[in-house]
Design a protein. Sequence first.
Length: 132
Amino acid sequence: MITSLRCIRNDEGPRISIVTPSYNQAPYIGWTVRSVLTQRYPNLEYIIMDGGSSDGTQDVLLPYRSQFAHYESAKDKGQADAVQRGFEKCTGQIMAYLNSDDMLAPDALQFVADSSASTGSRCDLQPSLHGE
């Protein structure tokens, strides 16, 4: 579920930056990453901020590392710190964070991009991707 999102319209189509903060989420993070990478959205910037996991999270992420715009695994000050530091690395017109035990619905990123294009130059979106 996308829990925070802001967007700015771009005539070339918006770059969407997603930050996933994680700490010891090995059983879940693979599902999260696959839900983002299988979006097939052409202008995606995906950033993983791991808090120095010791439960096998690194092994789960290894096959995907070349697809991340940025990957970091180091002790942090918690989830909010990881998200903030991830956002500082974002270059997208639309920025969101996705927790490491959540998943995006199919075509969610295209839906967000289409919605931002139809609402004007600046918008705030908080779509419910779980049918809520």
